[in-house]
Design a protein around this ligand. Structure first.
Ligand code: FPP
Ligand code: MG
Ligand code: MG
Length: 334
């Protein structure tokens, strides 16, 4: 019943509304960074930031930052959110170059508009400004968390590249890749929020784990969307991963469960996955082997793990919003 189970988008809007003042302030910080950038950067960065993302990471940051007993420091939260969103944006500019993606957030990607050389440098500028946003008089923890997250993104991305075309990608490597390229930034958002909330080290770690599980679930669901699983017609293009030689969870589960012959047969099909008819056949085999169901179950298990940890946090209005957010995420995966 859709009325009882609001969509992920609907819950995201409601929950985001509860921290809207921080997100608006963060947008102002970001706009100021773009406005005061030198010629050559300012106009291009202004164009990029006009394309709004979902702000999932900064919403999580602000929710956790305001769930403690200490009164919220609006400017500190806004600058932290700006740092997270800018790091995310920089990584997307670079990711689209690497993946040769032509559209992002409904617009032409940066490298399509300005060429690879300029797009790399715009991404670099945004990355360095992300770090600058979180330089903090009060603690050195937040810049440390953000720069570690940037390192993880880079290492995750390199590992993904190193494994491109590897049809025997081990589960542990897949997990390490998505932990690095996606979950690390959500983990950082949660930990920065927890640091601002004034939580002790143990609770900061717990929040980090909520972020990690959320991020892992998010990427697994995203990888399923690439097969058209759980997709609405508004979602991204199908079969880009298999066409690009990217092995994700459904394939790993399929290979684990079938005979050597079936495995070889699918690997042969994967070489021709750019053909939509072949991609559909691959999908059919994964479906029959319940590989999609199994991947969905894994995503739901991550959500359940995140929920369990969320239950150990002090119960405030914002922790309960965090839980509805997690719950909606699980619904998205159903
Ligand atoms: C999107 O994943 C991309 C990422 C989650 C991270 C990309 C990270 C880098 C390029 C390296 C780090 C860069 C900086 C500036 C620190 P995807 O390609 O699977 O998803 P998509 O469909 O959104 O493109
Ligand atoms: Mg990528
Ligand atoms: Mg990409």
């Amino acid at each position: 019943n859709p009325a009882e189970h609001p969509s992920f988008q609907a819950v995201l809007s409601t929950v985001r509304g509860q921290v809207q003042n921080y997100l608006d302030k963060s947008d102002e910080v970001i706009a100021e960074v773009a406005r005061t950038a030198p010629a050559g950067v300012s106009e291009r960065m202004t164009k990029l930031i006009a394309r709004k993302g979902k702000k999932i990471r900064s919403t999580i940051l602000a929710l956790i930052a305001t769930s403690g007993e200490t009164p919220a420091d609006e400017s500190r939260i806004a600058h932290a959110c700006a740092g997270i969103e800018l790091l995310h944006l920089a990584s997307l500019v670079h990711d689209d170059i690497i993946d040769e993606t032509t559209m992002r957030r409904g617009e032409r990607t940066a490298h399509v508009e300005w060429g690879n050389k300029v797009a790399v440098l715009i991404g670099d500028y945004i990355l360095s400004q992300a770090m600058r946003c979180v330089i903090d008089e009060e603690s050195r923890e937040i810049p440390l968390i953000l720069s570690s997250a940037a390192n993880s993104l880079i290492v995750g991305e390199i590992s993904e590249l190193d494994h491109t075309g590897n049809m025997n990608l081990p589960l542990a490597d897949y997990n390490a890749i998505i932990k690095g390229k996606t979950a690390a930034l959500v983990e950082a958002s949660a930990k920065i929020g927890a640091t601002i909330a004034g939580f002790d080290a143990e609770r900061i770690e717990a929040c980090g784990k909520i972020g990690t599980h959320f991020g892992l679930a998010f990427q697994i669901i995203d990888d399923l969307l690439d097969y058209g699983i759980g997709a609405t017609n508004l979602d991204k293009a199908k079969f880009t991963d298999i066409s690009n030689g990217l092995v994700t969870l459904p394939l790993i589960y399929y290979f684990e469960s079938v005979s050597t012959e079936e495995k070889a047969s699918l690997q042969a099909l994967l070489k021709r996955a750019a053909d939509p008819g072949v991609a559909e056949e691959i999908c059919k085999r994964l479906e029959e082997a319940k590989a999609f169901d199994k991947a969905k179950e894994t995503a739901l298990q991550h959500i359940a793990d995140a929920m369990e940890i969320a239950d150990t946090l002090p119960m405030t209005e914002h922790t309960s919003s965090l839980k509805s957010f997690l719950y909606a995420m699980a619904e998205r995966g159903n």
